[in-house]
Design a protein around this ligand. Structure first.
Ligand code: 4AD
Ligand code: MG
Length: 440
């Protein structure tokens, strides 16, 4: 008898097959037992009918418990009422291990309980759907860059210095020295982009963020492209193309998962080019309108102060009337990272962009043109009080054939949360790490 997966069950209509998996759920009705079996690729209803199966088989079906590992054998038939469109008429069953008192039941559990049981929660249908979407998006990211001739450059995780600011560094012993967990692969990508032209990295990054918001993890995955001879406008086009392509891929390949998550798909279908583009100063003018300021006060949100970064309330205001992500450019140089190229026309503004997702999901992409002038970069490193010795190699890139270049970073969990329409980032990563969580 052929062993197959539930995903490909349609190809076996009318034949006898074997499915190996786990018991997801069970119903009994008189002489019938309905076993919902999952194998990781889908769900299949296997029906045991008392007069047709031997008594011991029927009894096993009655007794088998939720999440026991098992093997069911039987004939496949099309049934439009069955979830997935096919059903198995069960002939025999082997239980490999009986699961006792599986802790997660269909009833409501609190988030802490579920997160403590993350190793089991992965089996639940919504979590399963989410992580499949994540997997598809990660594959789409690799395909996007591969098709555009970007070279994958893996950046190191153990680093001697900060990239995005010293306040959120995880420090670790490195023999007789200190090392820091990478906050971004960018600094290592810039030299590689001078070697390969177009590069990207995609890996875990670490930030000792003491914030407990639904948008912050201490370990998250970031994808970062970096392009030589690119300016801010090139970067905006790339980011727009990237986001649109990834959303389209999720719509194309993750319909069942998006349906499981009850995602409003029409909202994703509206994610098309072009995205609205707004400067920081234009966005600030919106936030300074009296009616917006009084709304902020009414909601106990700190009213926006010109020159400062946007808060969660401000981001919501800037995106609430738009159906597409908005690209906000040219933030004050003062509030952005040391490596960002100041606008030559107005050095108080940086040639940078934040892409804010609709529906209140906030910043999904952050990037900029990089300083390519050696002396200016040196000054910025000194002004930021960064250890010069650790940046010698980074400065070298401005000494040997320096060119304007630009790149961005996108946090995978932010993107997946938005696409999947989930509230909290922690469900968009298999094992979340936050201020209060390092288990399991
Ligand atoms: O804006 P950020 O800090 O930019 C950088 O790290 C640049 N070096 C990237 C580059 O230009 N190559 O972070 C980039 C993105 C954010 O837009 C957000 O999507 C995500 O990383 N991100 C986080 N995701 C989850 N938890 C956190 N604590 C995050 N911090 C940033
Ligand atoms: Mg940012």
């Amino acid at each position: 008898m052929q062993t197959t997966t539930i995903r490909t069950i349609g190809a076996h209509d009318g034949r006898d097959v074997r499915i190996r998996g786990w018991l997801y759920n069970k119903r009994e009705k008189g002489k019938l037992v309905f076993l919902i079996v999952r194998d990781g690729t889908g769900y299949l209803q296997a029906v045991a009918f008392q007069p047709e199966v031997p008594p011991d088989v029927f009894e096993t079906c009655q007794k088998v418990t939720q999440e026991s590992s098992l093997e069911v054998r039987g004939s496949i038939r099309k049934d439009d009422r069955a979830p997935g469109g096919y059903e198995m008429k069960l002939q025999s069953i082997t239980v490999h291990q009986v699961a006792q008192d599986y802790p997660i039941s269909p009833k409501e559990h609190g988030p802490d309980f579920l997160l403590d049981h993350r190793h089991l929660w992965l089996r639940s249908s919504k979590q399963h759907a989410l992580l499949k979407i994540r997997s598809e998006i990660c594959q789409a990211i690799r395909d996007f860059f591969y098709e555009r001739d970007f070279v994958l450059i893996d950046s190191p995780i153990l680093t001697p210095a900060a990239c995005e600011g010293t306040s959120t560094l995880f420090e670790t012993d490195y023999f007789d020295r200190k090392a820091y967990l990478s906050q971004s692969g960018q600094l290592y990508l810039e030299p590689a982009c001078m070697a390969f032209g177009r590069v990207y990295c995609f890996g875990p990054t670490f930030r000792a963020e003491k914030s407990k918001t639904r948008r912050h993890l201490t370990e998250f995955w970031m994808v970062e492209p970096e392009v030589a001879y690119a300016d801010l406008d090139d970067l905006l086009d790339l980011a727009e193309d990237f986001v649109v392509t990834l959303v389209a891929r999720a719509l194309d390949r993750c319909r069942p998962e998006l349906t499981t998550l009850e995602r409003d798909i029409t909202r994703l279908e509206r994610i098309q080019k072009p995205f609205p583009r707004l400067t920081y100063d234009e966005a600030a003018a919106v936030l300074m309108r009296p009616e917006i300021q009084s709304r902020a006060r009414g909601q106990d949100a700190p009213p926006f102060v010109p020159g400062s970064d946007f808060g969660a309330f401000d981001e919501t205001v800037l995106t609430e009337t738009l159906e597409r992500p908005v690209m906000i450019t040219r933030y004050p140089t003062k509030i952005k990272a040391f490596y960002m190229q100041p606008d030559p026309q107005n050095p108080d503004r940086a040639l940078c962009v934040d892409v804010l997702a609709p529906e209140g999901y906030g910043e999904i992409v952050g990037g900029s043109q990089r300083i390519h002038d050696h002396d200016l970069l040196l000054r910025r490193i000194q002004e930021h009080g960064l250890p010069l010795e650790a940046f010698r190699w980074y400065l070298d890139i401005r000494r040997y054939g320096s060119v304007p270049h630009a790149g961005f970073g996108m946090g995978i969990e932010r993107f997946v949360s938005w696409v999947a329409g989930i509230h909290h980032l922690r469900e968009a990563i298999p094992y979340p790490r936050t201020l209060n969580r390092l288990y399991p």
